[in-house]
Design a protein around this ligand. Sequence first.
Ligand code: FAD
Ligand code: SF4
Length: 504
Amino acid sequence: MSDQVVEADIVIIGSGAGGGEAAKLLSKHFNVVIVEEGPHRTSNDFKMKESIAYPELYQDSGARLTVDGAIKILQGKSVGGSTTVNWTSSFRTPQETLLHWNKEFGIHTLTQDSLLSHFLRIEDEYGITPWDGEPNLNNQLMANGMSKLGIRHGVIPRNVKGCLNLGYCGMGCPTNAKQSTLINAIPRALENGAKLFSQFRVERLIWKNDKIVEAIAYSVTPTGKIEENKKTLTLKAQHFLLCGGGINTPILLMKSDLPDPYFNIGNRTFLHPVTVSLALFNQKVEAYQGAPQSVYSDQFLWPEDDSLGFKIEAPPIHPALTSSLINQHGSEASEMMKRFSHSQGMIALGRDGFHEQAPGGKIVMTSNGRFGLDYPWNDYLTNGYKKALLTMASIQFEAGARSVYPLHRFARSFERLGEVKSFLDSCSVDRYDLQIVSAHVMGGAAMGSDEKNSVVDNDGRFHHMSNLFIFDGSLFPTSLGVNPTESILSFSSLLTHKLIERIK
Ligand SMILES: Cc1cc2nc3c(=O)[nH]c(=O)nc-3n(C[C@H](O)[C@H](O)[C@H](O)COP(=O)(O)OP(=O)(O)OC[C@H]3O[C@@H](n4cnc5c(N)ncnc54)[C@H](O)[C@@H]3O)c2cc1C
Ligand code: SF4
């Protein structure tokens, strides 16, 4: 293919949760072009191998970090975006979150009432129902410990149809059971006549007065490098939808020098930062098999005191990802990996963005001229995560764990809860010490009614352009407190219907 100029009614940048769903709906009425920087991979390419999946299906080949290197960030990059690799946990947006957004940011379009029909349609089309199979042992052990301690927990709804319970959702579902936008929304959009350009990254939006006039994209390799003999795609349209996901969407706005009189672009980027507790059991747990997350607890999500709220889940544990997190070396690391199939894992996801001491991060330009996420850390966050680690250890011991290893640079495997507590009481608070990871990047182009503290208005329209809309997870003004995909699909559905009314 040589350089090309493509014209459409609407150009959609990014094919993940927000972009995919918008493409499906808009393509019924308009001439739509979707441009996606990642490759178009399908179930035939998904081999249940981390070494194959991470380089092509993840941003920065799975090695994305905050600018200080302290937090590991997992984010998708292929057709279907992060939905191609996510773990299928599906929740509606909590009422507490929507009320907070209304009160603090004047958001009146996204309410429980206005969203209801969209949640219902999305749940129907994406097969979202509480998981009715047996939980895998990883989740069952967590549920056992919670039951013994009287901790409320429930079954996670999943977006699957005919799931074979393999447990490799994070490497792309090889059976097409997972209802990602890759297999649900994008094929519908293509049937409706939409055109998809994969392996093209939009590098700049060109604007004049209050309008985007074109988007310039360059061809990239499957792992995301601009090709040596790059091809240029010039995309012209009446309207542009930016759905690149958190971090990527604000970076494109910044690279395009879009007006930002109040310096809001890239601010308020949230991660649901995750801390991990690994436990060793006598029996084999094989936490890499079976539906990855099927049990959760929200008992600690909305605490009555001022502390950080967190949600608890039991993630899939695969060797490459785990070894990159445990931060052990030599014989200790090798011992841990030998006992890998006996390991049980729990995660606590912090609800950032609701408290002044949990303000999230911001996109900055680093000294090498690249943009990245700066996510400052403080004692409030550390104390929240210490509490989460102790809570998870108590659940794991109650479930019969032989030892528990809270992920912290100086931790070891502890055989008693008291030892975990003593360690956490005395351990350092440096942000590099807690091995924090995130798979939920949100915010950076916050919605709000006041342009002084937001980037898009109640319709998802960029405040300073009449034809630029943002319908992805970057429009959240805080994190959610639940896994974000169902919210992004539903917000995109609601905002797309409003857009259709506006321009039809
Ligand atoms: C390993 C993992 C597990 C997860 N598990 C869950 C879960 O169980 N439940 C849940 O609810 N959520 C989960 N998530 C998170 C969830 O998938 C994301 O929050 C959601 O998909 C984000 O939707 P989005 O539309 O904002 O962005 P994405 O779905 O990430 O899509 C953005 C797309 O835009 C493309 N793009 C970006 N910039 C450009 C550009 N300049 N030009 C062209 N294309 C561009 C990207 O390559 C990407 O494909 C998980 C995520 C990961 C990585
Ligand atoms: S657990 Fe289900 S959805 Fe996940 S990879 Fe296996 S078959 Fe696909």
